[in-house]
Design a protein. Structure first.
Lengths: 446, 575
């Protein structure tokens, strides 16, 4: 890292927590140190909820910190700085302003005169390939063109630092790749005034192709788990051996953190899913689809995660939760960047609907403590039914409200699929399946 | 507006263009008329002087001018009030705590209440001039327009999408720039819709606000409302007919010259994408956009606004010590809360001693019973109106061709003052010797039932067509079709409409429980007639008591009935 220039943004031992609905503090970032230097592109990777977007917003001056320091070129940063610009995930264009007016927004706010504004906006617009669209309203443009406006708006103020918050994730793959390549070209040719870029991404390939350095975040609380320097020369070719090897490595690092301490995750102690742990955000249809894909040709039960991502047409942040879910349920095992079908997984794929359901229910009860707890409480209850609120409250003590709801929704979906319990949406209550209410209680658990 | 380009290629002629010549007389005429109205407003006047008015239909255009001018001024003040209120409430937590409940109370106070309290003050403000009375009338119209506009703007400012707010901060927009560039444009469609609703409200109370008969005063300002009041006193049916025609013309003019152009112009502020294919159009907007002088004028206005952006810009960024937020102290907030609580307690005590010393608790109990009578009327009538209008609204909403045309008609009906129905109702009741306690009630929902209708129409027309095909495919018919499909589908919009209708009915009770036609006066026992009665006599204590009780009823009903239904609709029944 010493080949890079002087530091621009320096973050020291930053801690950030949010106050949840019940008044408790929930930690989002814990003890994060980071320095963005001149001449580098840094990518932040991590599962959702790992605080990478929060870190980006702290650097943008949009969110304050609880403790620790944030400095921009030696000066403390209390709010958004003129020299730091940002590109947003959903573009954040003002729909009632034309392309030109949107691009001029930052200049107008600074009180720059009409002629100079127009001249500078023209330059930025043609730099980013939007010439001819100056008078259009954003709603007339496609997603890719809109994000180009967002980038032109960010570049026109000659920022020192450009922050990109999942800037390509709302675009289709092809458009996103085009835009990314255009930006990289501007960067390597010195076409933009910007000295450093920070990219939050959920796409591993994107991070490997763009960044000089990748930071991988861990959740609960968010912290930097690994750092990885990338020395490959630009332009980088997606299918080259060097890039492929790096993608594999990043996959391995990420799954090591997310699923369990595999061979790659050296420093971490094994993580066992607790009663109120974050269940991976995976729906049943995707799990079944992935298992069938894994069992069939050409993989025959053993696959490299990046290949699987390509084959299943899932993005990384869609694939990884599904992989960790089937690992959690013991239907497959994740080891470094590979996924192996277990014997149980084989039985599941070969089985018919009833077999699958029974197996699934059994594995959910055995491996998801929350599901087991719900089932246990239902069996004790004379009504065989309970409201969902107590479970939600239990989760909310440890997770933020939206995440708690998500986890409860996931456990309910899994429980329903395995006929462990049923759920009534209108009443908001969980109950035992009707046909099991009078039966022997542990007929499923055996 | 793509089609304009095809049909009317823009012609640029050196010395103005042909549109200039067409629009110029229109603009000049408008200016002359405004001047004429304004001189009428500021004539010398001493309390007790008779203002010459006649039922001659030839005078009606002048009265219409005066009324529309008053409404326009009230609308401008409502707009200014909304800006001030919404910015204060949305920006400062401390202000929000006081302002929002205050607005909730203000909007449940009937218009006559404001008028009786303020009219003498306004007259004293401009001694020897009619302008004082004019101000009182304008203020009365203002109170029937401002509250929902202010609420709408406040709510929009609170719900500006997060990423746009972040973008505004990253690109260093100052609060002033943020208001004009982000918050106001975002709020514009909702604000305009509420302006139109407010206008209907203004027309509905046009008689009460112009023919001022409060606190022993009896002043009739030249205007359509006074014309109606005089026609009722003189039992002149022909004049009533002329008044209806005059109002119709006034409403159409407002629609064509003000709201249509505004709606067409504000289409660009629509935030959601796609959707509606046909953008609203307005001949006047098209016309003035092609007129060079007006185009230049709006260009100059834009430039002036932009130059204010240079003055009120951020002088520092996030690296300056001035951007450092002082850790906000809990004590200050607690002191403020304590002050508010103390103010509330003091008001309760004052109220108690007021009741104890001046009117007595028997009177309070009496007024409370009257409130119950009016509440019973409101509930029964909203229920009856729902039985009628929900099926009709669903039927219309499912037929887009019909619903587009009916929207305008319903808007006119909502503006139609209940006073115009007095002759029909009085003659009917007197002839059949009916009980006014029952038969005056329909007047209460006369103006407000239309809100039920519009909302149900809007709800029914937004049912996804796939759902309709599915219902047809499953063979849902008869009652099952209504129970499982139509009623749940329109429930959220029905609740919205019913909230507006019930609030409006309470306000309307003061003109509909106390009805006259010539010398015949009919009165229904209720809170509305109680307030109307004591307002005419100018008994402040009883007016205040009546208003307080009405506020309690309206807010109680909102809180315990409507808001709950609204929440159920939000959570369970949306697409």
């Amino acid at each position: 890292m010493d080949k890079h220039g002087p530091p621009i943004i320096k973050i020291n031992d930053v801690r950030k927590s949010f106050r949840a609905a019940d008044g408790r503090e929930r930690s989002v970032l814990e003890g994060v140190d980071f320095t963005l230097r001149e001449g580098e592109i840094v990518a932040l990777l991590g599962q959702s909820g790992s605080g990478k977007s929060t870190l980006l917003r702290i650097m943008a001056g949009l969110i304050g910190v609880d403790s620790g320091s944030v400095q921009y070129r030696g000066q403390p940063l209390y709010g958004p700085a003129r020299a730091i610009s940002m590109v947003f995930q959903s573009f954040a264009l003002f729909p009632w302003l034309t392309v030109q007016q949107n691009v001029e927004l930052g200049l107008e706010a600074r009180g720059i005169g009409r002629e100079e504004r127009a001249e500078r906006a023209d330059k930025a617009i043609s730099l980013i390939g939007l010439a001819g669209f100056e008078g259009a309203l954003p709603r007339e443009l496609s997603g890719g063109m809109r994000q180009r406006v967002g980038i032109a708006r960010a570049l026109v103020t000659q920022p020192d630092v450009l922050l990109m918050d999942e800037a390509f994730s709302a675009l289709d793959v092809l458009t996103g790749e085009r835009l990314r390549d255009d930006i990289l070209e501007l960067w390597t040719q010195g076409g933009m005034p910007t000295k450093a870029m920070l990219v939050v991404s959920h796409n591993i390939e994107e991070a490997v192709l763009m960044a000089d350095r990748i930071l991988i975040f861990a959740s609960d609380p968010g912290r930097v788990r690994f750092q990885l320097a990338i020395d490959l020369p630009r332009p980088r070719v997606p299918d080259s051996a060097g890039v492929r090897a790096l993608i594999d490595e990043v996959y391995a690092l990420m799954t090591a953190g997310a699923v369990r301490a595999g061979p790659a995750g050296a420093a971490e102690e094994p993580e066992v899913l607790g009663l109120h742990g974050r269940l991976p955000d995976a729906d049943i249809a995707r799990m079944e689809g992935l298992l069938e894909l894994l069992a069939g040709p050409p993989f025959h039960g053993e696959a490299d995660l990046p290949k699987l991502a390509e084959e299943s047409e899932l993005t990384d942040d869609e694939l990884l939760p599904v992989a960790s879910a089937i690992d959690l349920l013991g239907l497959a095992r994740v080891e470094s960047a590979d996924l192996h079908l277990t014997l149980l997984g084989r039985r599941y794929v070969d089985g018919d609907h009833t077999v699958r359901q029974e197996l699934f229910g059994q594995q959910v009860l055995a491996n998801v403590p929350l599901a087991a707890h719900i089932r246990h409480s239902l069996e004790q209850d004379p009504e065989r039914a309970l409201p969902e609120q107590p479970f939600l409250r239990l989760l909310q003590q440890h997770l933020d409200p939206a995440e708690a709801e998500r986890v409860l929704k996931t456990v309910i979906e899994w429980g329903r699929h395995g006929e462990v319990f049923e759920y009534d949406f209108h009443a908001g209550s969980i109950h035992l399946p009707d046909d099991q209410q009078d039966e022997a209680r542990n007929s499923i658990i055996e | 507006m793509a089609f304009e380009k095809n049909f009317f290629p823009r012609q640029v002629v050196e010395a103005g263009n042909r549109w200039d010549w067409a629009l110029l007389p229109l603009v000049l005429a408008a200016l002359v008329l405004a001047g004429l109205g304004a001189t009428g407003m500021t004539k010398p006047y001493h309390l007790g002087d008779p203002i010459p008015l006649s039922l001659d239909p030839l005078q009606l255009p002048y009265y219409l001018l005066r009324t529309t001018l008053r409404m326009l001024l009230a609308l401008v003040f409502s707009l200014l009030f909304s800006f001030a209120f919404a910015t204060a409430a949305a920006r400062w937590r401390a202000a929000e705590k006081v302002l929002v409940p205050m607005l909730d109370i203000l909007q449940s106070i009937p218009i006559l209440g404001f008028l009786s309290i303020t009219v003498t003050g306004f007259i004293a403000l401009f001694p020897g001039n009619l302008f004082g009375v004019e101000c009182a009338a304008i203020f009365a119209i203002f109170t029937s327009q401002a509250w929902n506009m202010a609420f709408s703007l406040y709510q929009s400012m609170r719900t500006v999408p997060g990423e746009l707010q972040e973008a505004a901060r990253v690109f260093q927009l100052s609060p002033w720039q943020r208001f004009w560039r982000l918050e106001l444009p975002f709020a514009m469609p909702g604000l305009l819709w509420n302006m139109m609703m407010s206008m209907s409200g203004g027309w509905f109370f046009v008689v009460a606000s112009e023919a001022i008969a409060v606190s022993g005063q009896n002043i009739k300002l030249p205007g359509v409302g006074s014309y109606i009041a005089m026609a009722i006193e003189a039992r002149n049916l022909q004049a009533i007919g002329w008044a209806i025609l005059g109002m119709l013309i006034g409403i159409v003019l407002y629609d064509q010259l003000l709201f249509r152009p505004l709606v067409a112009w504000a289409d660009k502020f629509r935030f959601e994408e796609g959707g509606q294919e046909s953008a609203p159009t307005s001949w006047l907007l098209t016309w003035s956009r092609r007129t060079e002088r007006i185009a230049k004028l709006s260009e100059r206005f834009t430039r002036a606004l932009e130059s204010t952006f240079t003055w009120f810009r951020m002088k520092h960024d996030g690296t300056s010590i001035r951007a450092r937020s002082t850790p906000h102290s809990g004590t200050l907030a607690r002191v403020w809360d304590a002050l508010i609580a103390a103010g509330g307690l003091y008001a309760v005590w004052e109220l108690y001693s007021f009741v104890h010393e001046t009117v007595g608790f028997d009177e309070v109990w009496h007024v409370f019973l009257l409130g119950c009578a009016t509440m019973l009327r409101v509930i029964v009538l909203i229920a009856l109106a729902s039985l009628v209008w929900v099926p009709i609204g669903v039927w219309i909403g499912l037929r887009p061709a019909v619903s587009g045309r009916l929207q305008a008609v319903a808007q006119f009906l909502a503006a139609f003052p209940a006073n115009l129905m007095f002759p029909v109702v009085v003659v009917f009741i007197v002839h059949w010797h009916l009980n006014p306690n029952i038969w005056l009630s329909p007047l209460m929902v006369f103006g407000t039932q239309w809100y039920l209708l519009f909302n149900v129409i809007a709800g029914a027309s937004s049912i996804p067509s796939e759902l309709r095909f599915a219902a047809g495919n499953l063979g849902l018919t008869g009652w099952l079709r209504w129970k499982r499909f139509f009623l749940p589908a329109v429930f959220p919009s029905f609740v919205t409409g019913a909230i507006t209708a019930s609030g409006g009915s309470w306000n309307a009770s003061i003109v509909s429980e106390y009805v006259s036609w010539g010398d015949t006066k009919l009165e229904a026992q209720g809170l509305g007639s109680y307030i109307a009665h004591w307002t005419a006599d100018g008994d402040f204590h009883r007016i205040a008591l009546g208003i307080c009780v009405m506020c309690v009823f309206v807010m109680g009903m909102n809180h315990f009935v409507w808001r709950r239904l609204y929440r159920i609709a939000e959570e369970r029944m949306h697409f």
